[in-house]
Design a protein around this ligand. Structure first.
Ligand code: C2E
Ligand code: CA
Ligand code: CA
Length: 851
């Protein structure tokens, strides 16, 4: 774009220049007109007036001369003649004078010609008159008179005619000059008027232009500026981009001003926000903050500062004197006079020397305040005040915690080790015994009832332990459900054994935790310094090994360390490694044990039982590796595998045969079990009603909402839920009511003891009849003989499982088993199947395991 590059100054200069030119021109023009008028006037005055006057005088003189001449002719008196003579001379002189005056003035040709004609005529008259006079003097009066009238007077008339002509010409010329003057004046008036009109027009144009080009834009700019300063920030839209002159500059400057105003408003807003933030920050600081000037007057303090010292509003305001604040501290009773003086004294020196001061004061109300004073460059100081009461308590707490178990308040490992080391240094070191305790079934409680209950239980255990040990002995918690006791003066093993028994007995009594009645047990491993040596770590390790043995021997027992346990521990660790490897290598297999319907004597289900064949260990019993898998957290993935495998195998069986898979309590407690089951079903295409899941009462120990939700969700899938090993634990029939089980498997110990033990028989009967009432299928486990089978059948049990029918067999034998019990797929018939019932136990690896 081209833009108007001419500046206002140039424009104004141009306008003023033009105006000036006009004014000068107008002036000059007026001057010329005035000059013209003047010239004409001058001419009139200098030329025509004298000319007319001279001609007048000539006329008068001529007239006078004629009159005198006539009288001369008539007079005879000498005296009169003399007077007439002088009069004639005077008239002649006057005429001569006037003629000379006229002659001296500029003349035109006409006048000159007329003058010459007059002169000649006059000269003729004079000559004629002189001749007449001579005749008179000579006395020739009559001829003189005749000559006078015939010659002189006509000569005079001729001269007068010439003079009249001259006068008429002069008059004409004078009138012409006058008319010319009037014309010049008129013209001048017109021209000056026109010039004034033009000047006025130009002035109006200049004003309009200035208004459009300068004033209006300036007004727009100033209005925009007013709006801006009034706080309206809308774009000004002055259109100054196209202008290159000063107004354009001004407009752009206004735009720039607006932008900078907006920016500065933004800055101001930002600053306000920051100030508020700072305010918030300073007032939400957990630390008191105050700032004093060189005159020890408060500049600023935050809420916390006022809060710590309970400052009234007047002392919080800027300007409050430090002295008044000290007086307040004294009167509010935060300090003794002495304390306060001491404090101020300790403060004054560093402040005087402009050094920072860090200290702490104990207020009389028990609070401890940590204080820092930092001098400021301009005098005065900044101080921070922190209530460290809680921190001090926390420090003490930390010190306590470093040596105590947080949950139970029992001494922790640190304190226990100190006590043990210390005791081992003593004279009676050889009499020391280390007892390592482990709670049986605690893990289940924790997994199923939740950590809250678990923690409560641990606290209760700690209480019982504390009560059970004698003064001087130390009971400590090392973590989890691991407790350790240090017994001094356990001179004889019998004393230690008594303590171990007492501990087991104390810890095995039922606990009441919230709504739960819990029964756990305890196992104890014992290491004697007299046997193991006086090495603290070794003692603990040996006690742990003894504990492991105690646990594997059957829970709720104690065991002394024996040297061969070392080897056992190592083998257990090896087993753990092997188990992990087995899982990774896929060394597990599922075997299937048939479960028969006692009415039809047909296989209705196979229970999937895990098998591990290890290259050097041979076949490892699930009873040995499942608990280990649970302990080391491998049960989740292993269980998932078992579920998928079992579903896939079962999908190949006839549709009326179900598969039953065992679930560990921790699996039931795991989130997402339903999803795992659903995936296994979907993947294998197995109908949900063909899958049974066996859980033990341990899984239900916690009837937590989560567990029940998981079970309900599984049931909603169409899967059947089976209570396994019923009666083997502590539970009663109550569990059966807690959830709608589809089936209950009565533990094989009942089947085993039914014949001789009336109680077992009674429980068995109660369960089967309850099952019949509640519509729960009952199954007897561990049926090994025909006799047992008959008894079980006699008690109304629906299903049975046991070596009598078959031990668990590899998957590829399932078809044979089905054919054996249910007949070939095409045939059927109870009689026929009965005839092939096996007579006794089956040989094979599983039977060996089961025994
Ligand atoms: P369980 O669920 O009670 O399984 C029945 C156990 O009794 C099996 O032992 C089986 O071989 C054995 N048995 C069957 N009939 C008789 C009999 O007539 N007489 C005797 N004396 N025993 C019989 P197994 O296979 O050694 O399994 C032991 C336990 O390991 C199972 O007890 C179960 O609790 C657990 N288990 C096995 N597989 C799995 C698994 O895949 N997952 C989980 N979580 N646990 C499993
Ligand atoms: Ca089972
Ligand atoms: Ca069982």
């Amino acid at each position: 774009m081209t833009g108007r590059t001419t500046t206002i100054r140039t424009k104004l200069g141009a306008v003023l220049g033009v105006a000036l030119l006009i004014v000068v021109g107008l002036g000059a023009f007026s001057m010329t007109q005035l000059d013209a008028v003047h010239r004409v006037t001058q001419e009139l005055h200098n030329l025509w007036t004298p000319k007319i006057r001279a001609l007048d005088a000539m006329q008068r003189a001529a007239t006078s001369h004629r009159l005198l001449a006539i009288r001369r002719m008539e007079t005879t008196n000498f005296r009169h003649l003399a007077a007439l003579g002088s009069g004639l001379r005077t008239a002649e002189d006057s005429l001569g004078d006037a003629r000379e005056r006229f002659r001296a003035l500029p003349r035109n040709r006409e006048e000159t010609a007329l003058l010459v004609a007059f002169d000649e005529a006059w000269a003729g008259y004079e000559t004629s008159f002189e001749a007449v006079a001579d005749r008179l003097d000579g006395g020739e009066i009559t001829s003189a008179a005749r000559a006078f009238h015939t010659q002189t007077l006509p000569a005079f008339d001729a001269a007068t005619l010439e003079l009249d002509r001259l006068t008429a010409a002069a008059d004409r010329h004078a009138r012409e000059a006058e008319e010319k003057a009037a014309g010049v004046q008129q013209k001048a008036r017109l021209l000056i008027g026109a010039a004034i009109m033009l000047a006025v027009g130009l002035a109006v144009g200049a004003i309009l232009w200035a208004s459009a080009e300068i004033t209006s834009p300036l007004l727009r700019v100033s209005r925009a500026m007013q709006r801006l300063t009034a706080g309206y920030h809308a774009p000004l839209e002055l259109g100054g981009e196209a202008r290159r002159d000063e107004i354009g500059v001004l407009m752009r400057a206004a735009e720039g001003y607006r932008e900078s105003l907006i920016r500065s408003r933004e800055f101001a807003d930002q600053a306000a926000i920051e100030r508020r933030r700072l305010d918030v920050a300073i007032n939400t600081m957990p630390i008191g903050l105050s700032m004093y000037d060189a005159k020890q007057r408060l500049i600023v303090c935050n809420d916390r500062y006022a809060e710590i010292y309970g400052l009234p509003a007047a002392l919080r305001r800027p300007g409050a004197a430090f002295e008044d604040i000290l007086a307040h501290l004294r009167s509010a009773g935060f300090f003794d006079d002495l304390d306060l003086e001491g404090f101020v004294r300790s403060l004054s020196l560093p402040l005087a020397e402009r050094q920072a001061f860090v200290g702490a004061v104990d207020l009389r109300d028990g609070r401890a305040i940590s204080i820092t004073y930092s001098p400021m460059p301009a005098g005065g100081w900044v101080s921070t005040h922190e209530d460290v009461t809680a921190r001090r308590k926390a420090d003490a707490q930390i010190r306590h915690m470093a040596r105590h178990d947080a949950l139970t308040e029992l001494p922790n490992r640190v304190q226990y080790m100190e006590a043990l080391e210390c005791a081992l240094q003593g004279e009676r070191a050889a009499e020391l015994a280390v007892l390592s305790l482990d709670l049986d079934r605690f893990k289940i409680v924790n997994d199923t009832l939740g950590h809250g209950v678990g923690d409560e239980l641990l606290r209760a255990v700690a209480g019982r332990l504390r009560a059970a040990v004698r003064a001087g002995d130390v009971a400590a918690r090392f973590g989890g459900d691991e407790f350790v006791v240090l017994q001094r003066a356990g001179r004889r093993p019998e004393g230690v054994a008594a303590l171990a028994e007492r501990l087991i007995e104390a810890l095995s009594r039922p606990y009441r935790i919230g709504d739960h009645q819990l029964v756990i047990g305890a196992s104890v491993g014992i290491a004697l310094a007299s046997e193991v040596g006086i090495d603290a770590n070794r003692l603990l390790k040996c006690a742990d090994m003894a504990l492991y043995r105690a646990k594997s021997d059957g829970r709720g027992a104690y065991c002394f360390f024996a040297p061969e346990m070392d080897a056992e521990m190592q083998s257990r660790r090896r087993m753990e490694l092997d188990l992990r490897a087995a899982h990774e290598e896929g060394e597990f297999r599922l075997h299937y044990q048939p479960i028969l319907d006692l009415k039809t004597n047909r296989i209705v289900c196979f229970e999937a039982l895990m098998r591990w064949r290890h290259e050097s260990r041979g076949l490892v019993s699930p009873a040995a590796f499942i608990p280990l898998a649970e302990e080391i957290g491998l049960i989740g993935p292993m269980g998932r595998w078992a579920l998928r495998r079992a579903c896939r195998d079962a999908a190949a069986w006839p549709a009326q045969i179900a598969v039953s898979v065992n679930l560990s309590p921790s699996q039931v407690a795991m989130e997402g079990l339903a999803a795992v089951v659903q995936a296994a079903l979907a993947e294998s295409g197995l109908a949900p009603e063909r899958l049974e899941l066996e859980i033990t009462e341990n899984a239900l120990l916690a009837e937590t909402e989560a567990t029940l939700t998981t079970l309900r969700r599984l049931r909603a899938l169409g899967v059947r839920i089976v209570m396994d090993d019923f009666g083997a634990g502590y539970s009663g029939v109550g569990y059966l009511r807690s959830f709608e089980f589809d089936k209950v498997k009565i533990d094989r110990s009942f089947v085993l003891r039914m014949a001789e033990d009336k109680r077992s028989m009674a429980v068995f009967r109660a369960v089967t009849s309850l099952g019949a009432d509640l519509g729960i299928v009952t199954a007897a486990e561990g049926v090994e003989t025909a006799e047992q089978l008959e008894r079980v059948r006699g008690e109304g049990c629906d299903e049975a499982q046991g070596y009598y029918f078959s031990s668990a067999r590899p998957a590829d034998e399932a078809a044979a088993l089905i054919e054996r019990f249910n007949g070939p797929a095409t045939q059927g018939g109870v009689e026929r199947r009965l005839s092939v019932l096996p007579g006794g136990r089956l040989s094979g690896s599983d039977a060996a395991l089961g025994g």
